[in-house]
Design a protein. Structure first.
Lengths: 263, 329
Protein backbone atom coordinates (compact mmCIF):
# COMPACT_ATOMS: atom_id res chain seq x y z
CA UNK A 1 0.00 0.00 0.00
CA UNK A 2 1.22 3.46 -0.74
CA UNK A 3 -0.20 6.88 -0.23
CA UNK A 4 -2.26 8.19 -3.09
CA UNK A 5 0.27 10.89 -3.75
CA UNK A 6 2.89 8.34 -4.68
CA UNK A 7 0.77 5.98 -6.65
CA UNK A 8 1.92 3.02 -8.64
CA UNK A 9 0.69 2.27 -12.12
CA UNK A 10 -2.85 1.03 -11.94
CA UNK A 11 -5.39 -0.28 -14.41
CA UNK A 12 -7.36 2.26 -16.35
CA UNK A 13 -10.45 3.59 -14.61
CA UNK A 14 -13.61 1.81 -15.62
CA UNK A 15 -15.56 5.05 -15.85
CA UNK A 16 -13.74 7.88 -17.52
CA UNK A 17 -16.45 10.57 -17.33
CA UNK A 18 -17.38 12.21 -14.07
CA UNK A 19 -21.00 12.55 -13.04
CA UNK A 20 -22.52 15.65 -11.55
CA UNK A 21 -23.13 15.54 -7.81
CA UNK A 22 -26.84 15.58 -8.41
CA UNK A 23 -26.82 12.64 -10.82
CA UNK A 24 -24.46 10.76 -8.50
CA UNK A 25 -26.99 11.12 -5.67
CA UNK A 26 -29.92 10.05 -7.84
CA UNK A 27 -28.05 6.97 -9.09
CA UNK A 28 -26.81 6.18 -5.58
CA UNK A 29 -30.42 6.29 -4.40
CA UNK A 30 -31.30 3.55 -6.86
CA UNK A 31 -28.15 1.51 -6.34
CA UNK A 32 -27.78 1.64 -2.58
CA UNK A 33 -31.01 2.78 -0.96
CA UNK A 34 -33.04 0.14 -2.76
CA UNK A 35 -31.55 -3.23 -1.89
CA UNK A 36 -33.47 -6.38 -3.01
CA UNK A 37 -35.41 -6.64 0.26
CA UNK A 38 -36.69 -3.11 -0.17
CA UNK A 39 -37.75 -3.87 -3.73
CA UNK A 40 -39.67 -6.83 -2.39
CA UNK A 41 -41.31 -4.60 0.22
CA UNK A 42 -42.32 -2.20 -2.57
CA UNK A 43 -43.56 -4.93 -4.88
CA UNK A 44 -45.83 -6.41 -2.21
CA UNK A 45 -48.15 -3.36 -2.13
CA UNK A 46 -48.01 -3.38 -5.92
CA UNK A 47 -49.30 -6.93 -5.83
CA UNK A 48 -51.91 -5.68 -3.36
CA UNK A 49 -53.04 -3.10 -5.89
CA UNK A 50 -53.53 -5.84 -8.46
CA UNK A 51 -55.54 -7.86 -5.95
CA UNK A 52 -57.77 -4.86 -5.39
CA UNK A 53 -58.22 -4.79 -9.17
CA UNK A 54 -59.37 -8.40 -9.04
CA UNK A 55 -61.68 -7.54 -6.15
CA UNK A 56 -63.23 -4.72 -8.19
CA UNK A 57 -63.84 -7.19 -10.99
CA UNK A 58 -65.51 -9.60 -8.59
CA UNK A 59 -67.99 -7.16 -7.02
CA UNK A 60 -71.20 -6.84 -8.99
CA UNK A 61 -73.29 -4.35 -7.01
CA UNK A 62 -72.13 -1.33 -9.05
CA UNK A 63 -73.72 -0.25 -12.33
CA UNK A 64 -70.40 -0.12 -14.22
CA UNK A 65 -66.92 -1.61 -13.93
CA UNK A 66 -65.48 1.93 -13.70
CA UNK A 67 -67.59 2.69 -10.67
CA UNK A 68 -66.70 -0.60 -9.04
CA UNK A 69 -63.01 0.09 -9.58
CA UNK A 70 -63.37 3.71 -8.44
CA UNK A 71 -64.85 2.62 -5.13
CA UNK A 72 -62.35 -0.16 -4.53
CA UNK A 73 -59.40 2.01 -5.59
CA UNK A 74 -60.45 4.92 -3.40
CA UNK A 75 -60.75 2.77 -0.28
CA UNK A 76 -58.10 0.15 -0.96
CA UNK A 77 -55.42 1.50 -3.25
CA UNK A 78 -55.24 5.22 -2.47
CA UNK A 79 -55.96 4.85 1.23
CA UNK A 80 -53.87 1.79 1.98
CA UNK A 81 -51.62 0.36 -0.71
CA UNK A 82 -50.19 3.56 -2.14
CA UNK A 83 -49.27 5.11 1.26
CA UNK A 84 -47.56 1.87 2.29
CA UNK A 85 -45.56 1.66 -0.93
CA UNK A 86 -44.62 5.33 -0.66
CA UNK A 87 -43.66 4.83 2.97
CA UNK A 88 -41.29 2.00 2.07
CA UNK A 89 -39.73 4.10 -0.69
CA UNK A 90 -39.61 7.30 1.38
CA UNK A 91 -38.01 5.53 4.31
CA UNK A 92 -35.49 3.79 2.03
CA UNK A 93 -34.20 6.93 0.40
CA UNK A 94 -33.25 8.63 3.65
CA UNK A 95 -34.54 7.38 7.00
CA UNK A 96 -33.20 3.84 6.66
CA UNK A 97 -29.80 5.17 5.66
CA UNK A 98 -29.65 7.54 8.62
CA UNK A 99 -30.53 4.65 10.94
CA UNK A 100 -27.97 2.37 9.30
CA UNK A 101 -25.26 4.98 9.80
CA UNK A 102 -24.33 5.28 6.13
CA UNK A 103 -25.92 8.61 5.34
CA UNK A 104 -22.90 10.54 6.56
CA UNK A 105 -20.95 9.29 3.54
CA UNK A 106 -23.18 11.64 1.58
CA UNK A 107 -23.69 14.30 4.23
CA UNK A 108 -19.95 14.72 4.82
CA UNK A 109 -19.37 16.09 1.36
CA UNK A 110 -19.42 19.67 0.16
CA UNK A 111 -22.64 18.91 -1.73
CA UNK A 112 -25.35 21.50 -0.92
CA UNK A 113 -28.13 19.97 1.15
CA UNK A 114 -30.77 20.98 -1.38
CA UNK A 115 -29.06 18.77 -3.95
CA UNK A 116 -29.06 15.85 -1.53
CA UNK A 117 -32.74 16.34 -0.70
CA UNK A 118 -33.78 16.83 -4.30
CA UNK A 119 -31.64 13.96 -5.54
CA UNK A 120 -33.08 11.56 -3.00
CA UNK A 121 -36.60 12.73 -3.74
CA UNK A 122 -36.23 12.34 -7.48
CA UNK A 123 -34.60 8.95 -7.03
CA UNK A 124 -37.51 7.79 -4.87
CA UNK A 125 -40.11 9.39 -7.13
CA UNK A 126 -38.81 7.55 -10.17
CA UNK A 127 -39.10 4.28 -8.24
CA UNK A 128 -42.70 5.13 -7.35
CA UNK A 129 -43.50 6.04 -10.94
CA UNK A 130 -42.29 2.66 -12.19
CA UNK A 131 -43.79 0.52 -9.42
CA UNK A 132 -46.90 1.55 -7.52
CA UNK A 133 -48.22 4.00 -10.13
CA UNK A 134 -48.23 1.50 -13.03
CA UNK A 135 -49.49 -1.21 -10.67
CA UNK A 136 -52.48 1.02 -9.92
CA UNK A 137 -53.07 1.58 -13.63
CA UNK A 138 -52.77 -2.15 -14.33
CA UNK A 139 -55.26 -2.77 -11.53
CA UNK A 140 -57.75 -0.70 -13.52
CA UNK A 141 -57.26 -3.00 -16.50
CA UNK A 142 -57.55 -6.04 -14.26
CA UNK A 143 -60.82 -4.62 -12.92
CA UNK A 144 -62.12 -4.23 -16.46
CA UNK A 145 -62.10 -0.42 -16.26
CA UNK A 146 -59.40 0.65 -18.75
CA UNK A 147 -60.73 4.21 -18.90
CA UNK A 148 -59.75 4.61 -15.21
CA UNK A 149 -56.16 3.53 -15.83
CA UNK A 150 -54.92 7.02 -16.77
CA UNK A 151 -56.47 8.81 -13.78
CA UNK A 152 -55.30 5.99 -11.53
CA UNK A 153 -51.70 6.30 -12.77
CA UNK A 154 -51.64 10.09 -12.41
CA UNK A 155 -53.23 10.00 -8.95
CA UNK A 156 -50.93 7.25 -7.67
CA UNK A 157 -47.84 8.92 -9.11
CA UNK A 158 -48.64 12.38 -7.71
CA UNK A 159 -49.76 10.95 -4.36
CA UNK A 160 -46.63 8.80 -4.00
CA UNK A 161 -44.30 11.59 -5.02
CA UNK A 162 -45.76 13.98 -2.46
CA UNK A 163 -45.71 11.26 0.18
CA UNK A 164 -42.03 10.60 -0.50
CA UNK A 165 -41.25 14.30 -0.02
CA UNK A 166 -43.16 14.18 3.26
CA UNK A 167 -41.32 11.06 4.44
CA UNK A 168 -37.95 12.56 3.52
CA UNK A 169 -38.81 15.56 5.68
CA UNK A 170 -39.76 13.22 8.52
CA UNK A 171 -36.47 11.37 7.98
CA UNK A 172 -34.61 14.63 8.47
CA UNK A 173 -36.50 15.40 11.66
CA UNK A 174 -36.54 12.07 13.49
CA UNK A 175 -34.67 8.77 13.41
CA UNK A 176 -37.95 6.88 13.85
CA UNK A 177 -39.04 7.65 10.33
CA UNK A 178 -41.19 4.57 9.77
CA UNK A 179 -43.08 4.89 13.06
CA UNK A 180 -43.79 8.60 12.59
CA UNK A 181 -44.73 8.12 8.96
CA UNK A 182 -47.20 5.39 9.86
CA UNK A 183 -48.64 7.57 12.61
CA UNK A 184 -49.12 10.45 10.18
CA UNK A 185 -50.72 8.27 7.50
CA UNK A 186 -53.08 6.31 9.70
CA UNK A 187 -53.76 8.56 12.67
CA UNK A 188 -53.55 12.06 11.22
CA UNK A 189 -54.65 11.44 7.64
CA UNK A 190 -57.05 8.53 7.99
CA UNK A 191 -58.67 9.41 11.29
CA UNK A 192 -58.41 13.17 11.59
CA UNK A 193 -58.47 13.71 7.82
CA UNK A 194 -61.78 11.82 7.59
CA UNK A 195 -63.34 14.21 10.07
CA UNK A 196 -61.56 17.48 9.33
CA UNK A 197 -61.50 18.83 5.78
CA UNK A 198 -58.63 21.17 6.65
CA UNK A 199 -56.37 18.19 7.26
CA UNK A 200 -57.69 16.29 4.27
CA UNK A 201 -56.78 19.25 2.04
CA UNK A 202 -53.13 18.72 2.93
CA UNK A 203 -53.27 14.95 2.88
CA UNK A 204 -51.72 12.99 -0.02
CA UNK A 205 -54.24 10.19 0.62
CA UNK A 206 -57.29 12.40 0.30
CA UNK A 207 -55.87 14.59 -2.43
CA UNK A 208 -54.73 11.65 -4.57
CA UNK A 209 -58.24 10.25 -4.27
CA UNK A 210 -59.50 13.65 -5.37
CA UNK A 211 -57.14 13.62 -8.38
CA UNK A 212 -58.37 10.18 -9.36
CA UNK A 213 -62.03 11.02 -8.92
CA UNK A 214 -61.62 14.37 -10.64
CA UNK A 215 -60.29 12.78 -13.82
CA UNK A 216 -62.85 9.97 -14.03
CA UNK A 217 -65.47 10.18 -16.77
CA UNK A 218 -68.25 9.05 -14.48
CA UNK A 219 -67.14 9.52 -10.86
CA UNK A 220 -69.25 8.07 -8.05
CA UNK A 221 -70.84 10.97 -6.18
CA UNK A 222 -70.05 9.52 -2.79
CA UNK A 223 -66.31 9.87 -3.53
CA UNK A 224 -66.55 13.60 -4.23
CA UNK A 225 -65.77 15.32 -0.96
CA UNK A 226 -66.88 18.89 -0.46
CA UNK A 227 -64.10 21.36 0.29
CA UNK A 228 -61.39 19.28 -1.35
CA UNK A 229 -60.00 20.40 -4.71
CA UNK A 230 -60.43 17.83 -7.48
CA UNK A 231 -58.39 16.83 -10.51
CA UNK A 232 -55.76 19.37 -11.56
CA UNK A 233 -56.36 21.57 -8.54
CA UNK A 234 -55.57 18.63 -6.30
CA UNK A 235 -52.32 18.11 -8.23
CA UNK A 236 -51.38 21.72 -7.53
CA UNK A 237 -52.27 21.25 -3.87
CA UNK A 238 -50.05 18.18 -3.58
CA UNK A 239 -47.25 19.94 -5.46
CA UNK A 240 -47.35 22.67 -2.83
CA UNK A 241 -47.32 20.05 -0.05
CA UNK A 242 -44.30 18.38 -1.67
CA UNK A 243 -42.43 21.67 -2.09
CA UNK A 244 -43.04 22.69 1.52
CA UNK A 245 -41.92 19.24 2.70
CA UNK A 246 -38.73 19.48 0.62
CA UNK A 247 -37.97 22.97 1.94
CA UNK A 248 -38.40 21.71 5.52
CA UNK A 249 -36.22 18.69 4.71
CA UNK A 250 -33.50 20.94 3.29
CA UNK A 251 -33.55 23.17 6.35
CA UNK A 252 -33.49 20.24 8.75
CA UNK A 253 -30.78 18.38 6.86
CA UNK A 254 -28.21 21.03 7.61
CA UNK A 255 -29.08 20.70 11.32
CA UNK A 256 -29.06 16.90 11.50
CA UNK A 257 -27.14 15.25 14.31
CA UNK A 258 -25.68 12.11 12.81
CA UNK A 259 -24.54 10.10 15.76
CA UNK A 260 -24.00 6.87 13.82
CA UNK A 261 -25.51 3.43 13.72
CA UNK A 262 -23.99 2.31 16.98
CA UNK A 263 -25.60 5.02 19.08
CA UNK B 1 4.19 20.14 17.52
CA UNK B 2 4.31 19.73 21.28
CA UNK B 3 6.74 17.20 22.62
CA UNK B 4 6.55 17.69 26.37
CA UNK B 5 4.37 15.68 28.65
CA UNK B 6 2.20 17.70 30.91
CA UNK B 7 0.25 16.73 33.98
CA UNK B 8 -3.44 16.20 33.39
CA UNK B 9 -5.24 19.28 32.30
CA UNK B 10 -9.00 19.32 32.49
CA UNK B 11 -9.85 21.71 29.76
CA UNK B 12 -8.79 25.27 29.45
CA UNK B 13 -11.37 28.01 29.12
CA UNK B 14 -8.90 30.24 27.31
CA UNK B 15 -9.45 30.42 23.56
CA UNK B 16 -5.80 31.26 22.80
CA UNK B 17 -3.73 28.78 24.75
CA UNK B 18 -0.07 29.26 25.51
CA UNK B 19 2.16 27.72 22.88
CA UNK B 20 3.93 25.51 25.37
CA UNK B 21 0.76 23.59 26.15
CA UNK B 22 1.26 20.21 24.46
CA UNK B 23 -2.48 19.92 23.87
CA UNK B 24 -2.14 22.55 21.16
CA UNK B 25 -0.35 22.21 17.87
CA UNK B 26 1.64 25.18 16.63
CA UNK B 27 0.32 24.95 13.07
CA UNK B 28 -3.24 23.98 13.97
CA UNK B 29 -5.68 23.12 11.22
CA UNK B 30 -8.23 21.65 13.63
CA UNK B 31 -9.05 23.69 16.71
CA UNK B 32 -11.22 22.48 19.56
CA UNK B 33 -12.06 25.29 21.95
CA UNK B 34 -13.79 24.59 25.24
CA UNK B 35 -16.06 22.02 23.60
CA UNK B 36 -18.77 20.17 25.48
CA UNK B 37 -21.16 17.64 23.97
CA UNK B 38 -23.87 15.83 25.80
CA UNK B 39 -26.56 13.36 24.80
CA UNK B 40 -29.39 13.79 27.25
CA UNK B 41 -27.94 13.22 30.71
CA UNK B 42 -24.73 11.68 29.37
CA UNK B 43 -21.79 14.05 28.98
CA UNK B 44 -19.61 12.81 26.13
CA UNK B 45 -17.15 15.71 26.02
CA UNK B 46 -16.56 18.22 28.76
CA UNK B 47 -14.87 21.58 28.22
CA UNK B 48 -12.27 20.09 25.93
CA UNK B 49 -9.64 22.31 24.35
CA UNK B 50 -6.92 21.05 22.06
CA UNK B 51 -5.76 21.35 18.48
CA UNK B 52 -4.29 19.26 15.69
CA UNK B 53 -1.77 20.17 13.06
CA UNK B 54 0.20 18.60 10.24
CA UNK B 55 1.40 15.06 10.86
CA UNK B 56 -0.18 12.09 12.56
CA UNK B 57 -1.76 12.67 15.95
CA UNK B 58 -3.02 9.76 18.00
CA UNK B 59 -6.28 10.22 19.82
CA UNK B 60 -6.22 7.79 22.69
CA UNK B 61 -8.62 6.79 25.35
CA UNK B 62 -10.52 3.81 26.69
CA UNK B 63 -13.95 2.91 25.37
CA UNK B 64 -16.42 5.64 26.25
CA UNK B 65 -13.70 8.28 26.64
CA UNK B 66 -15.26 10.50 23.98
CA UNK B 67 -12.93 9.85 21.04
CA UNK B 68 -15.68 9.06 18.55
CA UNK B 69 -17.78 12.00 19.73
CA UNK B 70 -14.81 14.32 19.34
CA UNK B 71 -14.22 13.04 15.82
CA UNK B 72 -17.88 13.48 14.94
CA UNK B 73 -17.80 16.99 16.39
CA UNK B 74 -14.67 17.78 14.38
CA UNK B 75 -16.32 16.74 11.16
CA UNK B 76 -19.61 18.45 11.96
CA UNK B 77 -21.68 15.28 12.25
CA UNK B 78 -22.51 16.24 15.81
CA UNK B 79 -23.26 19.77 16.88
CA UNK B 80 -21.43 20.87 19.99
CA UNK B 81 -23.53 22.05 22.91
CA UNK B 82 -20.83 24.44 24.04
CA UNK B 83 -17.58 25.77 22.62
CA UNK B 84 -16.29 25.89 19.07
CA UNK B 85 -14.81 23.58 16.47
CA UNK B 86 -12.81 25.12 13.64
CA UNK B 87 -11.37 23.41 10.61
CA UNK B 88 -8.92 25.73 8.92
CA UNK B 89 -10.74 28.52 10.71
CA UNK B 90 -14.20 27.46 9.53
CA UNK B 91 -17.15 25.89 11.31
CA UNK B 92 -17.87 22.45 9.80
CA UNK B 93 -21.54 22.62 10.89
CA UNK B 94 -22.26 25.85 9.10
CA UNK B 95 -19.89 25.92 6.15
CA UNK B 96 -20.42 22.81 4.09
CA UNK B 97 -17.57 23.75 1.77
CA UNK B 98 -15.11 22.87 4.51
CA UNK B 99 -16.14 19.23 4.05
CA UNK B 100 -14.29 19.34 0.76
CA UNK B 101 -11.07 19.68 2.74
CA UNK B 102 -11.60 16.83 5.17
CA UNK B 103 -12.56 13.17 5.34
CA UNK B 104 -13.78 10.85 8.05
CA UNK B 105 -13.36 7.10 8.25
CA UNK B 106 -15.95 6.10 10.84
CA UNK B 107 -15.49 3.22 13.21
CA UNK B 108 -18.82 1.48 12.69
CA UNK B 109 -18.98 -1.22 10.09
CA UNK B 110 -21.89 0.30 8.21
CA UNK B 111 -21.22 0.64 4.49
CA UNK B 112 -23.61 1.56 1.69
CA UNK B 113 -25.53 -1.56 0.75
CA UNK B 114 -25.62 -2.77 -2.81
CA UNK B 115 -22.54 -0.89 -4.00
CA UNK B 116 -19.28 -2.40 -5.10
CA UNK B 117 -16.09 -0.96 -3.65
CA UNK B 118 -15.40 0.73 -6.98
CA UNK B 119 -18.90 2.25 -7.15
CA UNK B 120 -18.58 3.50 -3.59
CA UNK B 121 -15.26 5.21 -4.21
CA UNK B 122 -16.50 6.66 -7.51
CA UNK B 123 -19.63 7.95 -5.75
CA UNK B 124 -17.47 9.76 -3.21
CA UNK B 125 -15.28 11.13 -5.99
CA UNK B 126 -18.38 12.42 -7.78
CA UNK B 127 -19.71 14.11 -4.63
CA UNK B 128 -16.40 15.87 -4.13
CA UNK B 129 -15.99 16.64 -7.83
CA UNK B 130 -12.59 15.02 -7.93
CA UNK B 131 -11.15 16.12 -11.26
CA UNK B 132 -8.64 13.27 -11.54
CA UNK B 133 -10.63 10.34 -12.93
CA UNK B 134 -7.78 7.95 -12.20
CA UNK B 135 -7.90 8.79 -8.51
CA UNK B 136 -10.48 6.12 -7.51
CA UNK B 137 -8.43 3.35 -9.08
CA UNK B 138 -5.29 4.71 -7.51
CA UNK B 139 -6.64 4.84 -3.97
CA UNK B 140 -8.20 1.40 -4.33
CA UNK B 141 -4.75 0.21 -5.28
CA UNK B 142 -3.25 2.13 -2.35
CA UNK B 143 -5.31 0.21 0.18
CA UNK B 144 -4.94 -3.09 -1.61
CA UNK B 145 -8.57 -3.34 -2.71
CA UNK B 146 -8.20 -3.13 -6.47
CA UNK B 147 -8.52 -6.87 -6.98
CA UNK B 148 -11.84 -7.02 -5.18
CA UNK B 149 -13.12 -3.62 -6.29
CA UNK B 150 -16.06 -5.13 -8.16
CA UNK B 151 -17.35 -7.02 -5.15
CA UNK B 152 -20.12 -5.57 -3.02
CA UNK B 153 -18.90 -3.80 0.10
CA UNK B 154 -21.70 -5.17 2.28
CA UNK B 155 -20.28 -8.64 1.67
CA UNK B 156 -16.79 -7.64 2.82
CA UNK B 157 -15.09 -8.56 6.08
CA UNK B 158 -14.59 -5.84 8.69
CA UNK B 159 -11.01 -5.20 7.60
CA UNK B 160 -11.97 -4.94 3.93
CA UNK B 161 -14.78 -2.55 4.78
CA UNK B 162 -12.35 -0.38 6.71
CA UNK B 163 -9.94 -0.30 3.79
CA UNK B 164 -12.72 0.54 1.37
CA UNK B 165 -13.82 3.42 3.59
CA UNK B 166 -10.21 4.59 3.78
CA UNK B 167 -10.06 4.52 -0.02
CA UNK B 168 -13.28 6.53 -0.23
CA UNK B 169 -11.84 9.04 2.22
CA UNK B 170 -8.52 9.41 0.45
CA UNK B 171 -9.96 9.74 -3.04
CA UNK B 172 -10.93 13.30 -2.18
CA UNK B 173 -7.30 14.18 -1.37
CA UNK B 174 -8.30 15.70 1.98
CA UNK B 175 -6.11 18.05 3.98
CA UNK B 176 -7.57 16.75 7.25
CA UNK B 177 -8.05 12.99 7.61
CA UNK B 178 -9.97 11.74 10.64
CA UNK B 179 -9.69 7.99 11.19
CA UNK B 180 -11.73 6.35 13.93
CA UNK B 181 -10.15 3.02 14.88
CA UNK B 182 -9.00 2.45 11.30
CA UNK B 183 -7.02 -0.70 12.05
CA UNK B 184 -9.99 -2.61 13.43
CA UNK B 185 -10.35 -5.92 11.67
CA UNK B 186 -7.14 -5.59 9.68
CA UNK B 187 -4.72 -8.51 9.75
CA UNK B 188 -1.11 -7.91 10.87
CA UNK B 189 0.22 -7.36 7.35
CA UNK B 190 -2.58 -4.96 6.49
CA UNK B 191 -1.96 -3.12 9.76
CA UNK B 192 1.65 -2.53 8.82
CA UNK B 193 0.65 -1.34 5.38
CA UNK B 194 -2.04 0.98 6.70
CA UNK B 195 0.28 2.39 9.33
CA UNK B 196 2.83 3.11 6.61
CA UNK B 197 0.10 4.77 4.55
CA UNK B 198 -1.02 7.00 7.42
CA UNK B 199 2.55 7.97 8.21
CA UNK B 200 3.08 8.88 4.59
CA UNK B 201 -0.05 11.03 4.63
CA UNK B 202 1.17 12.78 7.76
CA UNK B 203 4.63 13.28 6.29
CA UNK B 204 3.06 14.90 3.22
CA UNK B 205 1.74 17.72 5.42
CA UNK B 206 -1.80 16.52 5.99
CA UNK B 207 -3.42 16.58 9.38
CA UNK B 208 -4.05 12.94 10.22
CA UNK B 209 -5.97 12.15 13.41
CA UNK B 210 -6.11 8.47 14.35
CA UNK B 211 -8.10 7.19 17.29
CA UNK B 212 -7.41 3.95 19.07
CA UNK B 213 -7.52 2.39 22.47
CA UNK B 214 -4.36 0.41 21.76
CA UNK B 215 -1.29 2.44 22.68
CA UNK B 216 1.20 0.22 20.87
CA UNK B 217 -0.69 0.67 17.63
CA UNK B 218 -0.84 4.43 17.82
CA UNK B 219 2.71 5.02 18.92
CA UNK B 220 3.92 3.28 15.77
CA UNK B 221 2.42 5.97 13.58
CA UNK B 222 1.83 9.06 15.71
CA UNK B 223 4.47 11.41 17.02
CA UNK B 224 1.97 13.30 19.08
CA UNK B 225 -0.86 12.03 21.22
CA UNK B 226 -3.97 13.41 22.84
CA UNK B 227 -5.37 11.26 25.64
CA UNK B 228 -9.03 11.49 26.62
CA UNK B 229 -10.69 10.14 29.70
CA UNK B 230 -14.35 10.58 30.58
CA UNK B 231 -14.70 13.23 27.89
CA UNK B 232 -11.87 15.32 29.27
CA UNK B 233 -8.30 15.89 28.28
CA UNK B 234 -6.21 13.54 30.39
CA UNK B 235 -2.81 14.08 28.81
CA UNK B 236 -1.12 15.36 25.70
CA UNK B 237 2.35 15.23 24.33
CA UNK B 238 4.88 13.30 22.32
CA UNK B 239 4.64 9.55 22.15
CA UNK B 240 7.84 9.08 24.17
CA UNK B 241 6.52 11.28 26.93
CA UNK B 242 3.32 9.26 27.07
CA UNK B 243 5.21 5.98 26.99
CA UNK B 244 7.61 7.18 29.71
CA UNK B 245 4.65 8.22 31.79
CA UNK B 246 3.33 4.73 31.38
CA UNK B 247 6.67 3.07 32.17
CA UNK B 248 7.16 5.04 35.36
CA UNK B 249 3.90 3.82 36.83
CA UNK B 250 3.64 0.71 38.97
CA UNK B 251 2.82 -2.18 36.67
CA UNK B 252 1.98 -5.82 36.99
CA UNK B 253 3.48 -8.44 34.74
CA UNK B 254 2.29 -12.03 34.48
CA UNK B 255 5.05 -14.60 33.95
CA UNK B 256 4.31 -18.25 33.27
CA UNK B 257 7.28 -20.59 33.29
CA UNK B 258 8.15 -24.24 33.77
CA UNK B 259 9.50 -23.57 37.29
CA UNK B 260 7.63 -20.76 38.98
CA UNK B 261 8.97 -21.39 42.45
CA UNK B 262 12.62 -21.09 41.41
CA UNK B 263 11.89 -18.10 39.20
CA UNK B 264 10.15 -16.30 42.07
CA UNK B 265 13.14 -16.82 44.31
CA UNK B 266 15.43 -15.35 41.68
CA UNK B 267 13.13 -12.45 40.86
CA UNK B 268 12.99 -11.02 44.37
CA UNK B 269 16.70 -10.31 44.13
CA UNK B 270 16.18 -7.96 41.22
CA UNK B 271 16.05 -4.23 41.92
CA UNK B 272 13.37 -3.68 39.32
CA UNK B 273 11.01 -6.05 41.12
CA UNK B 274 8.94 -4.61 43.93
CA UNK B 275 7.04 -7.78 44.70
CA UNK B 276 6.13 -11.22 43.44
CA UNK B 277 2.93 -13.16 44.04
CA UNK B 278 1.61 -16.43 42.70
CA UNK B 279 -1.70 -16.12 40.86
CA UNK B 280 -3.53 -19.42 41.01
CA UNK B 281 -6.22 -18.34 38.57
CA UNK B 282 -3.69 -17.47 35.89
CA UNK B 283 -1.28 -20.23 36.92
CA UNK B 284 1.72 -17.91 36.95
CA UNK B 285 3.72 -15.32 38.85
CA UNK B 286 2.57 -11.72 39.01
CA UNK B 287 5.50 -9.33 39.29
CA UNK B 288 4.98 -5.80 40.52
CA UNK B 289 7.50 -3.33 39.13
CA UNK B 290 8.07 0.39 38.78
CA UNK B 291 10.90 -0.12 36.31
CA UNK B 292 9.27 -1.96 33.47
CA UNK B 293 12.07 -1.31 31.02
CA UNK B 294 14.71 -2.73 33.34
CA UNK B 295 12.54 -5.75 34.05
CA UNK B 296 12.10 -6.34 30.34
CA UNK B 297 15.89 -6.56 30.03
CA UNK B 298 16.61 -8.49 33.20
CA UNK B 299 13.88 -11.12 33.06
CA UNK B 300 15.06 -12.95 29.92
CA UNK B 301 18.64 -12.86 31.16
CA UNK B 302 17.58 -14.27 34.51
CA UNK B 303 15.59 -17.03 32.87
CA UNK B 304 18.47 -17.95 30.59
CA UNK B 305 21.01 -17.98 33.44
CA UNK B 306 18.70 -20.09 35.60
CA UNK B 307 17.72 -22.41 32.71
CA UNK B 308 14.06 -21.62 33.24
CA UNK B 309 11.80 -21.71 30.20
CA UNK B 310 9.36 -18.80 29.98
CA UNK B 311 6.01 -19.71 28.47
CA UNK B 312 4.33 -16.33 28.71
CA UNK B 313 5.26 -12.80 29.71
CA UNK B 314 2.36 -10.39 29.63
CA UNK B 315 1.72 -7.00 31.16
CA UNK B 316 -1.55 -7.24 33.02
CA UNK B 317 -2.16 -3.53 33.04
CA UNK B 318 -0.58 -2.56 29.75
CA UNK B 319 -3.90 -1.33 28.55
CA UNK B 320 -4.53 2.35 28.21
CA UNK B 321 -7.19 2.14 30.84
CA UNK B 322 -4.55 1.50 33.51
CA UNK B 323 -2.41 4.33 32.19
CA UNK B 324 -5.41 6.62 32.15
CA UNK B 325 -6.31 5.68 35.68
CA UNK B 326 -2.81 6.66 36.72
CA UNK B 327 -2.82 9.84 34.69
CA UNK B 328 -6.05 11.18 36.11
CA UNK B 329 -5.36 10.10 39.68
Amino acid sequence: MTAPTTSQPTPTARRSRSRSRFMAIVIYTWQSCMPPKRWLAILLPCAGALLFGLLARAVDNFPTRERAFANVAAEGIFSLVMPIAALVIGDSVLGAEVRAGTFHFTWLSPTPTWQIVLGRWIGGSVVACITIAPATAIAAFVAGAPSAAGPAYVAAAVGSVSYIALFIAIGCITRRTAAWSLAIVFLVERLLGAALTGIAQLSPTWESRAIFVGYLDDPPQRLIRAGIPQGGDAIIRLAIVAIVALVVANWRMSHMRLSGASD
Amino acid sequence: MATNFDPPSFGSPAFEPPRVDPAFAGDATVEISNVSVWFGPKVALSELSCSFGAGVTGLLGPNGAGKTTLMRAMTGLVDVNQGEVRIEGRDPRRERKVHGRMALVPEDEAVPAGLTARQFVHYTADLFRVPDREAPERVLHSVGMLDVADRRVDGFSKGMRQRTKIAAALVTDPQVVVLDEPLNGADPVQRLQLIALFKQLGASGRTVIVSSHVLNEVERMAERMIVLMHGRLAAAGGRHAIRDAMDDRPRHVLVRSDDGRRLAASLVALESVAGVTFDQMRDGLVIQTVQARELATELPRLARDSSIRLHEVRALDDSLESLFRELVR
